[in-house]
Write a protein that binds this ligand. Structure first.
Ligand SMILES: Nc1nc2c(ncn2[C@@H]2O[C@H](COP(=O)(O)OP(=O)(O)OP(=O)(O)O)[C@@H](O)[C@H]2O)c(=O)[nH]1
Ligand SMILES: [Mg+2]
Length: 460
């Protein structure tokens, strides 16, 4: 936790990642940021940064306490309130050298600033009502988004779409509260049926919350990348296809059935999405204990995957046992399966079960067939994820808050019986409103804030 004494002290941090690159950006923010900036800057014609208009850029040098030049830089002066943090801010663009950056930080600290903690710029932005908690979290998501879709959704979050959702629910809860309070003014005989109206509102909110919660798991997947498992009989060519999609010889390929014994994962970027490919042990009945364990893992992977490439060898007649396994997989995971008829370069056997479904014919020796599998995967990803229907990302904190919201509302529903005690209902409705404000951070506790911002990087 940040001590109250240092709460308003100007803070400084490097915002760009450390490492290679020509220039780096340091941000200095706080009530007295311009005083600190004056002490560490030397501008042509003895100009002072504090005397410059807001949102202007100035060429100059950063200097240390002995007026020694540290680096030639650009200073961007931005005055409150029109800054990210809502405080006076000076951004310094310097050369990206770790010694230069260290020296600038030291000079700023000597002049009265301190190093920013994780997420402290965003935290100040929240405290100064520049953004709400949900938007602050969206900034973090934006930085860490692994896929194009996740990026789009955190951007929309930044524009406040989840906040709007919460605000709409809040309005309805306030209406329910108003109805509950109004009931005190009426006599029992007037029978205004306040309980029925409140019940309707609460059921509506529960419905909306449930719909939103369903999207959570799928959203987590988008965020972490899409898991694509290659599943099928031994020798079908799973590892060959895995290598072809990766464009590298990652998994061992031989003509010995049961070559792959354990799960192998490898990631790649494709069309703005992060794919995690998972090669698995071929499914067959075996007495080999290691192979059995591998097959058990294949089944787990099939379950966990967002997409399954169900691979079979088209040049070989599927046995009774193989047919049963493929049918089981199709029954359990039909929606996320793409069927691959591999070894299409060899003379083909008739496999009636599979032939009734849409299959993609591939051959490891034919690059074009691999491209077709890639576009089939892409198409499937699009249909799976556009079905999510939520324009914004939820994180674990939002999800937990939705659960407490639902629990609280369910309790209120049980109170809306024949003889409702409206003073109790009002009390619980107020509690529920408090849960909602926790979400946007309007009433979030200091500890709650700490927990959220600890996840951030220092420059944000
Ligand atoms: N003709 C032909 N042979 C293929 C094709 N794909 C794979 N093979 C061969 O089939 C054999 C088995 O391939 P793998 O990729 O190891 O098969 P797998 O499904 O990973 O097998 P397990 O790991 O044992 O489950 C190898 O000899 C490959 O060269 C293909 O499209 N055409
Ligand atoms: Mg294999």
């Amino acid at each position: 936790m940040i001590s109250p004494i240092t709460l308003n002290q100007p803070i400084i941090a490097q915002c760009t990642p450390s490492g290679s690159g020509a220039i780096a950006l340091l941000r200095l923010s706080g009530e007295n940021a311009l005083d600190v900036a004056n002490l560490i800057s030397a501008l042509p014609h003895h100009k002072k940064l504090s005397a410059q208009p807001t949102h202007t850029i100035h060429y100059g040098h950063v200097i240390d306490a002995d007026a020694q030049q540290i680096d030639q830089v650009l200073f961007l002066v931005m005055r409150a309130p029109h800054t990210f943090t809502g405080e006076d801010t000076v951004e310094i663009t310097c050369h990206n050298n770790p010694f230069i950056i260290q020296n600038i930080l030291h000079a700023a600290i000597a002049a009265g600033a301190r190093l920013a903690q994780e997420g402290e710029f965003s935290r100040r932005a929240v405290l100064n009502n520049k953004i709400d908690m949900v938007q602050a979290e969206a900034i973090n998501d934006l930085i860490h988004a692994n896929t194009q879709l996740a990026l789009k959704q955190s951007l929309s979050q930044l524009e406040g779409s989840f906040t709007q959702w919460i605000n709409a629910i809040e309005k309805q809860l306030i209406k329910a509260l108003a109805l509950s309070e109004a009931s005190f003014e009426f006599l029992d005989e007037e029978n205004m049926e306040f309980n029925l109206q409140i019940k309707e509102i609460i059921e509506h909110i529960l419905h909306k919350s449930a719909a939103l919660k369903i999207t959570f798991n799928q959203q987590q997947q988008i965020r972490n990348g899409i898991r694509i498992a290659l599943i099928g009989s031994v020798n079908a060519g799973k590892s060959s296809l895995f290598n072809a999609l990766l464009n590298q010889e990652r998994a061992i390929v031989t003509n010995i059935a049961g070559t792959t014994r354990d799960v192998i994962e490898a990631g790649l970027y494709k069309n703005g999405n992060y794919w995690t490919l998972i090669d698995t042990a071929g499914l067959r009945t075996t007495n080999d204990i290691i192979e059995q364990m591998g097959i058990e893992r294949s089944r787990e992977q099939a379950h966990k995957a967002d997409l399954i490439l169900l691979v079979f060898d088209g040049s070989h007649k599927l046995s009774e046992a193989e047919n049963t396994v493929y049918q089981e997989l199709l029954n359990a995971y039909g929606d996320k399966i793409i069927i691959i008829n591999n070894k299409a370069d060899l003379p083909q056997e008739r496999n009636p079960l599979i032939l009734t479904k849409k299959t993609y014919s591939t051959s490891i020796h034919n690059k074009n067939s691999i491209f077709q599998v890639e576009s089939a995967i892409q198409e499937k990803i699009t249909t799976l994820f556009t079905a999510i229907g939520s324009p914004f990302l939820l994180n674990q904190r939002h999800f937990n808050a939705l659960i407490s919201l639902e629990t609280q509302l369910a309790t209120i529903l049980t109170m809306l019986n024949e003889t409702p005690r409206y003073e109790l209902i009002s009390y619980h409705l107020n509690d529920t409103l408090a849960t909602l404000s926790e979400l946007t951070g309007k009433s979030i506790s200091e500890a709650g804030m700490d927990a959220v911002f600890r996840e951030f990087c220092v420059g944000k």
